[in-house]
Design a protein. Structure first.
Length: 198
């Protein structure tokens, strides 16, 4: 039975996994999934990542997820220290996928397969933000042109242009129109006759 293209792609493609720490050098590597915001590391049971080892303090270090999915590690004044790529962490240091993390004598590697997708998403968001800003500038510039054009049009049009016909109609002298039926005369017939037999 043949395998479809989508099935073969799903088998070979790397699926994203939650950020985690993976031990290095152990016969059976262990993985510790980080919490969404704050991950505490130490020997005590109240830590998110509990590693029981003589070189690790009860509350050894802390890993914090910040804006845009970036992770930062800080040492909690441990006795043996926290190291990133061989350098001791004095205060707080950002860690990226593939960085070597060491708590005392325990070595681990930080793996974050979601970082590539977040980077792509952030780039897309930046591109869309640029497009939105550009469109808003163009629309604002076009509205400004229309506003200037209307202002110039209002200045060039005479103020009496709209009220002129009405004003001329109000000031016009009424003209008598001839009537079709002649008005009756108040004078009598010619010769002073008032009617009757002669």
């Amino acid at each position: 039975m043949g395998v479809s293209l989508f099935e073969s792609w799903g088998r070979t493609a790397e699926r994203p996994r939650p950020p985690h720490l993976k031990t290095v050098g152990d016969a059976a590597p262990r993985e510790f999934v980080l919490a969404w915001y704050t991950t505490s590391v130490g020997t005590e049971a109240d830590n998110v990542v509990q590693i029981v080892h003589p070189s690790i303090s009860p509350h050894h270090a802390r890993i914090v997820r910040r804006r845009l999915g970036r992770y930062f590690i800080s040492d909690l004044e441990s006795a043996t220290g926290t190291f990133v790529n061989g350098r001791r962490v004095a205060r707080t240091k950002r860690i990226k996928s593939g960085d070597a993390i060491q708590f005392g004598d325990v070595r681990l590697v930080f793996i974050d397969t979601m970082s590539r997708y977040r980077d792509k998403a952030s780039r897309l968001r930046g591109a869309w933000a640029f497009v939105v800003i550009l469109l808003s500038l163009l629309v604002g510039w076009e509205f400004d042109r229309i506003d200037r054009y209307l202002g110039q049009l209002a200045q060039t049009t005479p103020k009496q242009g709209m009220a002129g016909p009405r004003a001329s109609m109000r000031n016009a002298t009424p003209v008598a129109t001839p009537s079709a039926t002649p008005a009756p005369s108040s004078q009598g017939p010619p010769g002073g006759a008032t009617g009757g037999a002669p």
